[in-house]
Design a protein around this ligand. Structure first.
Ligand code: UDP
Length: 646
């Protein structure tokens, strides 16, 4: 049963109940009747390793299952994200291995039929476990003439509600579907879009982000007029109106401060830096992002994610002798890139299975046609670009383990070096694979000649560039930094690029006051008694162990504060890191990440809008591709603060 499985895997996670439950709930192999077939993550890691080895055998210099298992074991080095971790070698569900999809229309078409088709495609993808994003900029603004009984169009907002509701319908074994809706700031309805979620209970099933261009940012900063138009890319638009960029910008800042949305996507930076957009005319024009923003995508492409656990490359963590094992890291990044490419093959097989299933479904062809055609389109583009999402987790713990403080220049310089190493090793691996397995079908050195990311690679490693020009590259784009929400529970580290949330915090558990040995710290309004206990961030325990602090002792709050002050996590937590420095760090790291970075700047409740304004502007100036803020307590029921977390 579920409870038995949790108990059985508890020892694996050193008694970390949350990790054990999440593992059983999300990743352990199970059937539709509740039977659980994996007793511990080791079983899961063998399932994945065997599958990777099966694909590897098709190519030169194959990795063995044992070699792969060693890297996955105990989530130590390489950790596939949710969809691949659950789906690889899983014959109990017909699901996709992709974490991210973007869908959309070709050209500027906007019709009820097209709107409904997107709605259906969204649901069909979510049902196979994917996160989905799409852009609404092609929809006619409110009040536009239409030649049907409505006479004028309703604008974007009712459709946002539709897509949000569809998302909330789809269950994904222990979670809901996730959706990103974006719109260009140039669209006349963008203000309505920005306000759409401000009414409580509205559009709760979608994340919303505005695509902001450089011209808008300059107009907002200089307080100049900005021209909105529809269609947004037309040289001869039907609608055109001048607005105050400053006012609209202030609204974005206010809403983000108030309710954590909209997120901002600095669209010109995304497009300028995007390698796939060198192939825009071949179907790779980026239009939106996946739900958490780390993968900008073109319609009907997909991406699978994996994280490298950065903490594990710090030798002698938390001591004077700490150093980063660059050699081992380079080697593992190369393998991670290969595993990701193997997973592209696995995904193409999965898509065949999905299409086979649709074909054999006892439904009329009319019902099945949208779904079938959808997977045809996804299969085509996923195979054409062979996109991968090699990322990281535990950036915050890596920095602390090196004795550095997150948010300082020194820590940022070190992080940038790590991400540069990562980028070069992943690209080297992709070039080697081009030699062994063939380049992605449309690779063309000439097309990528002016891409800033490619030129950074060229400057840092001319030999790599030369080899790439000669052999090509296996994958159109390779890198990302995802939030690693659940993955970081498995690795028991800080998540993604984020600093530690809280190194030490208190939780309460209900106790019976009549039992022997209970310690009642708190009685609530209905008379239930609670014991408070301290939860340490796992790597904070490492720090305590290494530095000779007793981890069993019942510390007072004062003693805890004192411990934190002595540790490298001091003034380096989500709530007290130097936020401007954090944004600059993101911008500096972005230079070595070809996709995007998912970041949330966590802010205390009492910060003002001026700070959010400064952070967003700094994010744009620093070369970030996107940014979101979350002010503590600003969105009830969406995120729970740590002491309420179960
Ligand atoms: N994702 C999703 N639904 C979820 C969690 C994640 O669709 O409930 C997708 C989404 O595209 C997100 C990506 O997976 O951007 C990566 O999320 P994360 O890094 O948090 O993955 P995890 O650690 O949960 O595997």
């Amino acid at each position: 049963s579920f409870e038995e499985a949790c108990r059985a895997s508890l020892a694996y996670f050193d008694g970390d109940e949350l990790a054990a439950r999440v593992w059983v709930n999300k990743y352990a192999l199970k059937d539709s009747y509740g039977n659980i077939f994996e007793k511990s993550p080791a079983d899961m890691h063998w399932r994945i390793a065997n599958e990777v080895a099966r694909i590897e055998k098709k190519y030169k210099n194959p990795l063995s299952a044992e070699e792969v298992f060693e890297l996955l074991d105990h989530f130590k080095y390489i950790v596939p994200a949710g969809s691949p971790m659950t789906g690889i070698g899983n014959n109990y569900q017909v699901a996709s291995l992709s974490n991210c999809f973007v869908i959309g229309l070709d050209g500027d078409a906007d019709s009820y039929g097209a709107i409904m088709r997107i709605d259906e495609e969204q649901v069909q993808l979510m049902k196979r476990r994917g996160g989905v994003g799409h852009d609404l900029s092609h929809l006619r603004p409110k009040g536009s003439p239409v030649n049907n009984s409505a006479l004028t169009s309703t604008g974007l907002v009712p459709f946002m509600e539709r897509y949000s509701n569809s998302t909330r319908e789809v269950a994904q074994d222990g979670r809901r579907g996730a959706l990103m809706l974006s719109v260009s700031i140039k669209h006349p309805d963008s203000e309505a879009f920005i306000d759409a979620k401000m009414t409580e209970g509205k559009i709760t099933g979608a994340n919303v982000s505005v695509k902001i261009d450089d011209e808008f940012m300059r107009c907002a900063i200089d307080d100049r007029e900005y021209i909105q138009q529809f269609p947004i890319y037309s040289n001869n638009p039907k609608t055109k109106n001048a607005i105050s960029a400053r006012k609209l910008w202030e609204k974005i800042v206010h809403n983000a401060w108030k309710s954590a949305e909209p997120g901002v996507l600095f669209w010109d930076t995304i497009i300028r830096e995007s390698i796939p957009d060198c192939y825009a005319d071949l179907g790779f024009r980026t239009v939106s992002t996946n739900p958490c923003g780390e993968i900008p995508l073109c319609p009907y492409d997909s991406c699978r994610l994996l994280s490298i656990n950065l903490y594990s490359y710090v030798v002698n963590p938390f001591t004077d002798k700490a150093y980063f094992d660059y050699e081992l890291f380079r080697k593992h990044v190369g393998i991670a890139q290969r595993i990701m490419d193997d997973i592209v093959d696995m995904e193409l097989e999965k898509i065949d299975l999905i299409m086979e299933k649709i074909k054999n479904d006892p439904q009329s062809d009319e019902v099945k046609s949208t779904e079938y055609h959808l997977w045809e389109k996804i299969k085509y583009k996923s195979g054409l670009g062979r996109r991968t999402g090699v990322g990281i987790t535990a950036e915050g713990d890596m920095i602390a383990a090196m004795g550095l403080r997150y948010g300082t220049q020194e820590a940022t310089d070190f992080s940038v070096e790590v991400h540069k190493t990562l980028a070069l090793a992943a690209y080297r691996s992709s070039v080697t694979m081009a030699q062994e397995r063939g380049a992605f079908a449309i690779y063309d050195t000439k097309r990528e000649e002016n891409n800033p990311f490619i030129n950074r690679i060229k400057e840092a490693d001319p030999q790599l560039y030369e080899d790439m020009a000669k052999y090509g590259r296996r994958n159109i784009a390779c890198l990302t930094i995802a939030p690693t929400g659940t993955t970081s529970l498995m690795t028991q580290t800080t998540s993604g690029i984020e600093p530690v949330f809280m190194p030490v915090y208190k939780r309460r558990r209900k106790v019976n006051p009549n039992d022997a040995d209970v310690h009642v710290d708190f009685v609530d309004e209905v008379g239930d008694s609670f014991e408070e206990y301290i939860v340490y961030h796992r790597k904070f325990i490492e720090w305590m162990n290494v530095n000779g602090f007793d981890t069993e002792k019942r510390y007072t709050q004062e003693e805890i504060d004192d411990l934190i002050a002595k540790s490298p996590y001091y003034k380096a937590t989500a709530n007290d890191v130097d936020w401007l420095m954090k944004v600059r760090m993101q911008g500096a790291i972005q230079k070595w990440v070809d996709h995007s970075i998912s970041v949330t700047i966590n802010l205390p409740n009492n910060v003002d809008e001026a700070l959010v304004n400064r952070l967003y502007i700094e994010a744009w100036k620093s070369g970030c591709k996107g940014c979101t803020v979350y002010r503590d307590g600003s969105r009830s029921g969406v995120m729970i603060s740590v002491d309420k977390k179960k």
